[in-house]
Design a protein around this ligand. Structure first.
Ligand code: HPA
Length: 280
């Protein structure tokens, strides 16, 4: 068992570093930006940007095209932090490493976490470029971020997951989409380890068990955020389709291109939602 690491100490050390580096009041909302969705950063009036490589205890970023930095600044009227680039399990990180930034967010005072990702759509009503509000998830990762010693200071041993995605923020998102005439799909995100995309049979299987979209991230981060009692909402950009009878080729480049196209809608929604949250 790999229990020698004292995660509490590490989290505190990293949180102190960030507080000192950023200074002033800490943000109450954090955003994790998925592949091809980094442009939301352009909407942030950046006050401080810290490359992951400078942050003590942060994992080292491996994927090309991911800048890898923590950003602090104003998104509309709200002060937020954003992770430009996330840590995926398929890159080789342990679940604890991959979700470490979420622990740090909690430690500096973040209350609401927004997760975004690119995902393959199984729901036959979905089209490439759609944005899907994540209503729930199915965890199919082979490891769990809460496996091992539980730190009661961070959250309970057996956290409830009945409202992983905040119902009140789901309603808020629905209203914003309606008011602005945005086609906002809804569905269940299936989290898998990757790095392979799915076989046709796997897409079909994920749809049959109740999934609407599938991707290789998000679920571990949401589990850790909920363990720490943060409120969560999430958006997936549908970058490819793997429904019954649909057999399309998919590549990382295509995923990034499709994500970039839908990115303005996702950015708009994230900004509007966060700006309507009173406690942020
Ligand atoms: N499967 C898994 N992850 C993905 C997909 C997909 O089809 N599209 C974007 N990320």
């Amino acid at each position: 068992m790999n229990q020698e690491v004292n995660w509490l100490e590490r989290i505190q050390e990293t949180a102190s570093f960030i507080k000192q580096k950023v200074g002033g009041e800490m943000p109450k909302a954090a955003i994790i930006l998925g592949s091809g969705l980094g442009n939301l950063v352009n909407e942030i009036d950046i006050k401080v940007a810290i490359p992951y490589s400078e942050i003590p205890n942060f994992p080292i970023s491996t994927v090309e095209g991911h800048k890898g930095q923590l950003i602090f600044g104003n998104l509309g009227d709200k002060y937020v932090m954003a992770m430009q680039g996330r840590f995926h399990y398929y890159e080789g990180y342990s679940m604890k490493e991959a979700t470490f930034p979420v622990r740090v967010m909690k430690a500096i005072g973040v209350k609401v976490l927004c997760v975004s990702n690119a995902a393959g759509g199984m729901n036959p009503n979905f089209r490439v470029g759609d944005v899907m509000l994540i209503t729930d998830h199915i965890n199919l990762f082979p490891d769990h971020p809460l496996r091992g010693k539980n730190y009661n200071e961070l959250g309970p041993r057996f956290p409830a997951m009945n409202e992983a995605y905040s119902h009140r923020i789901l309603d808020l998102a629905r209203n914003i989409a309606k008011e602005n005439d945005i086609r906002l799909m809804e569905g269940v995100y299936v989290g898998t380890q990757g790095p392979t995309f799915e076989t046709p049979s796997e897409y079909r299987y994920f749809y049959r068990i109740g999934g609407d979209a599938v991707g290789m991230s998000t679920v571990p981060e949401v589990i850790v955020a909920r363990h720490g009692d943060m409120e969560v909402f999430g958006l997936s950009v549908i970058t490819d389709l793997g429904g019954e009878g649909i057999f399309v080729d998919v590549s990382h480049e295509e995923v990034q291109q499709a994500a970039s196209k839908a990115e303005p809608i996702m950015s708009f929604l994230v900004k509007e939602i966060i700006n309507k949250l009173e406690e942020v």
